[in-house]
Design a protein around this ligand. Structure first.
Ligand code: AMP
Length: 312
């Protein structure tokens, strides 16, 4: 039976520049990408904040999917979070050209009563203090996964380490894993993070895929072999805008887990495969555009191609 899935994070209007073009005031934000993708698998509960300037067609983009916006706060007279990012060359890293936090700067998420018993919780990129305040408001979730970024490792490391003791999983990119642990080796960095509390960590490596490091005791009889699992990225040929790849990965992963209700290692790896394949769609066009007409059949077809590529 599918489990309820809650996400708390940013909802943004992004201005994006890549070698393939530009887009202004595009619907974006970590919780937006996450909820859009996860809604292919299960209904999603969204908690976030926007300003009065948030266009009604963006609101309709949520309403047209299985996204419950009861936790979406519109601040009267406020302005929506703006992020301006650019990419160059192989587009491996976003350069933040400008950020205007606007209403997101004062975001103190209030989880609606109807969302407090969500079985799965995704704490999208945000301050670890804010992320912890979400956990204070939910009742015994079965699976809590957090995302983070270099900004928080830099400025709120203690709060982030404290949060790790309260989550089941952490997703972060390779630079952030090295920064958090001081270890350049990602397998060792993953194990170090596990010592702080999570059962698993997913280290994202952009075009080089993702690495799962899970606690051996959660890997059953196969512990030594299965507790570290690398997955390559789907070899994409059309890459126009990498924005949202990480949040789409997480949305695919958590959406699949919520759909199956099983969180063992085998399902985690399959969930990562979904995340990988969906991220490869996200980057084919600006913002969320590639998802407009995408269906779960398209996703499953690419998942089968990905699976065939990995069989040797
Ligand atoms: P990613 O999946 O890492 O590419 O995330 C892209 C999204 O993150 C963009 O749509 C941005 O609006 C959003 N974003 C950028 N900076 C921040 C921040 N400091 N906090 C929350 N969200 C952010």
């Amino acid at each position: 039976m599918p489990k309820s899935l809650l996400v708390v994070g940013s909802i943004a209007m992004d201005t994006l520049r890549t070698p393939f073009g530009e887009a202004k005031d595009e619907l974006g934000g970590s919780a937006t990408f996450f909820s859009t993708v996860a809604s292919f698998f299960v209904p999603v509960r969204l908690v976030g904040v926007v300003g009065e300037d948030f266009p009604s067609q963006f609101r309709r983009a949520f309403d047209s999917r299985r996204i419950d916006t009861a936790g979406l706060v519109v601040v009267p007279g406020g302005k929506t979070f703006r992020w301006h990012g650019s990419y160059q060359g192989a587009m491996n890293e976003a350069k933040t050209e400008a950020v205007r936090l606007n209403v997101f700067g004062d975001f103190r998420p209030a989880i609606p009563a109807a969302f407090r018993r969500s079985r799965l919780v995704f704490l999208a990129n945000g301050s670890p203090v804010t992320q912890a305040s979400v956990l204070d408001q939910v009742e015994r979730p079965a699976l809590v996964v957090a995302d983070t970024m270099n900004l928080w490792i830099d400025t709120q490391k203690d709060a982030l380490l404290a949060l790790l003791a309260r989550v089941d999983g952490l997703v972060l990119n390779e630079g952030e894993a090295r920064m958090l642990t001081g270890d350049p080796n990602l397998v060792r960095a993953g194990h170090q993070i596990l010592e702080r509390g999570p059962k698993f960590v997913v280290i994202k490596k952009g075009e080089h895929g993702a690495l799962l490091v899970a606690r051996p005791e959660d890997a059953g009889a196969d512990a030594s072999r299965r507790s570290v699992c690398p997955l390559p990225a789907f070899p994409a040929t059309e890459v126009r805008d990498p924005t949202g790849a990480g949040d789409s990965f997480a949305g695919g992963m958590m959406g699949y887990l919520a759909g199956t209700g099983r969180f063992d290692l085998q399902h985690l790896v399959r969930a990562m495969a979904y995340g990988t394949v969906i991220a490869s769609f996200a980057i084919e066009d600006f913002g969320l555009r590639r998802f407009h007409d995408l269906t779960i059949d398209d996703i499953d077809r690419r998942l089968r191609d990905y699976h065939d590529m990995l069989a040797f």
